[in-house]
Design a protein around this ligand. Structure first.
Ligand code: PMP
Length: 454
């Protein structure tokens, strides 16, 4: 370990000076956290000597784990050749051009243009800019409203946070008044006595009701993650997406698929839109496009929208200094090349993914597991005290927090969202590593059940 400062001193400095994202700042200043300073394959190492199996792929982004040296080298080579130049004012750079084409090649035929950002949040802000411009140019300036879903996550800028439906975030900032929310397709929590299929239709039709309520002439777009990630890996009932697609097709509104977590193999396909056979006009991407090694996000723009922007001309007054940064785009190209050459998405879909899903389903018989759901390489386990009534282990999700802490203490990085345990391991995990992940999760469940006397 190459440490210039001792671990206790580093913790002290971290607690004194570093405000962390989505963190209780007072609690962190008092108790601190984990300082990760090395990673290899699917393991992370901290300054206190712990090694953990990373069951979250970083933050759902290191889909190929931490040892993809060809991506690191691509970044390094690019930084030596052209460390920066912007894409404003009639300039471009080769990696940005090549990555745009590579993305066009792996997305459906209607996508022929890309706008680069640094993050998923900025990409969703870009979606709003594109959609508003599109309808303005079509002579429909009154079409400005967006419909999203409660408990969605679309990022943390003010616009992306408004598109999201996390109530805790909305409590701390005044969201945009042109974003409206409908319910999420979370059958376990909201399905009541309906079958998942019935519930899927019912909750999808809320979109139709909301369009009628707001007025179709004012509604611009509906945005959704194919599978809600941060909200709790919410797998929609099979009936949900076909009904949403029908409504979008019948109404004059755009469909935006936020592929920031689903994209680049997580669902077992290139994109979650492929998995659910949906036809969005815009697709948001970020995270795994560079395997998480360097920031990059963007929006895939379908011909329906691009043609209008191209036909009308006039400046699109939007851009970021680092839109299409050469080093980020070089990383994106190296990541896509690796995905193509290793066939890892196909492997994940046919071997590792099914293994993860079937091993996790074994935990369904555990006394505190109410539901196991998942697809491809991510999953959630709902924790309960009573399987039948779905009564929770403890108030305010403290049961799942306890379980997460036990898993972490046992060397497994997983996350807790509400009362669910979440995992999204790298696609490069081996069968044996998935077995270890499930065993460690099982152990955490046992310890949690014992703690709560279930
Ligand atoms: N959309 C989705 C679906 C996400 O999961 C996230 C991040 N977790 C974002 C957007 C925002 O991306 P970023 O954190 O890169 O801004």
């Amino acid at each position: 370990m190459n440490m210039k400062v001792s671990s206790p001193a580093l913790h002290q400095l971290d607690q004194s000076h570093h405000f962390h994202p989505f963190t209780d700042l007072r609690d962190y200043a008092a108790h601190g956290g984990r300082i990760v300073n090395r990673a290899e394959h699917i393991y992370i190492y901290d300054t206190d000597g712990h090694r953990m199996l990373d069951g979250m792929s970083g933050l759902w982004c290191c889909n190929l784990g931490y040892s993809q040296h060809q991506i690191v080298e691509a970044i390094y080579r690019q930084l030596q050749e052209l460390p920066f130049y912007n894409n404003f004012f009639r300039c471009s750079n080769q990696p940005a051009v090549e990555l745009a084409k590579a993305l066009v090649d792996i997305t459906p035929a209607r996508f022929n243009h890309v706008f680069f950002t640094n993050s998923g949040s900025e990409a969703n802000d870009t979606n709003i800019r594109l959609v508003h411009r599109y309808y303005d140019l079509l002579g429909k300036p009154e079409k400005k409203l967006f419909i999203s879903r409660k408990n969605a996550y679309h990022g943390s800028t003010i616009a992306a946070g408004s598109l999201g439906g996390m109530s805790g975030m909305h409590e701390q900032v005044r969201g945009l008044d042109y974003v409206h929310h409908i319910n999420q397709p979370n059958w376990f929590v909201n399905g009541g006595d309906l079958s998942p299929e019935e519930f899927g239709i019912e909750v999808a039709r809320e979109l139709e009701t909301k369009i009628d309520e707001l007025g179709e002439e004012r509604v611009a777009a509906f945005i959704a993650e194919p599978i809600q990630g941060a909200g709790g890996v919410i797998i929609p009932p099979d009936t949900y997406w076909p009904e949403i697609q029908r409504i979008c097709d019948e109404r004059d509104i755009l469909l935006i698929a936020d592929e920031v977590i689903c994209g680049f193999g997580r669902t077992g396909d290139w994109f979650g839109s492929d998995t659910y056979q949906i036809k969005p006009q815009l697709m948001t991407f970020a995270k795994a496009i560079t395997n998480g090694y360097i920031p990059l996000g963007g929006v895939m723009i379908s011909d329906q929208i691009a043609d209008v922007l191209l036909a009308h001309g006039g400046e699109f007054t939007h851009g970021l200094t680092y839109s299409g940064h050469p080093a980020s785009c070089a990383a994106g190209l190296a990541t896509l090349k690796t995905l193509h050459e290793t066939n890892i998405i196909q492997t994940a879909a046919t071997t590792i993914g099914p293994h993860l899903q079937s091993r996790l389903r074994e935990l369904e018989s555990h006394p505190i597991v109410g539901e196991v759901r998942g697809k491809g390489m991510f999953a959630a386990l709902e924790l309960v005290r009573d399987k039948h009534s779905r009564e929770r282990l403890a108030p305010e999700s403290t049961g799942a927090v306890y379980c997460r802490d036990r898993a972490n203490a046992n060397g497994l990085m997983v996350r807790q969202t509400g009362d669910a345990m979440i995992t999204a391991p790298p696609l490069v995990s081996t069968m044996a590593e998935i077995d270890t992940l499930v065993e460690k999760l099982h152990q955490a469940l046992d310890e949690t059940a014992a703690h709560y006397g279930v």
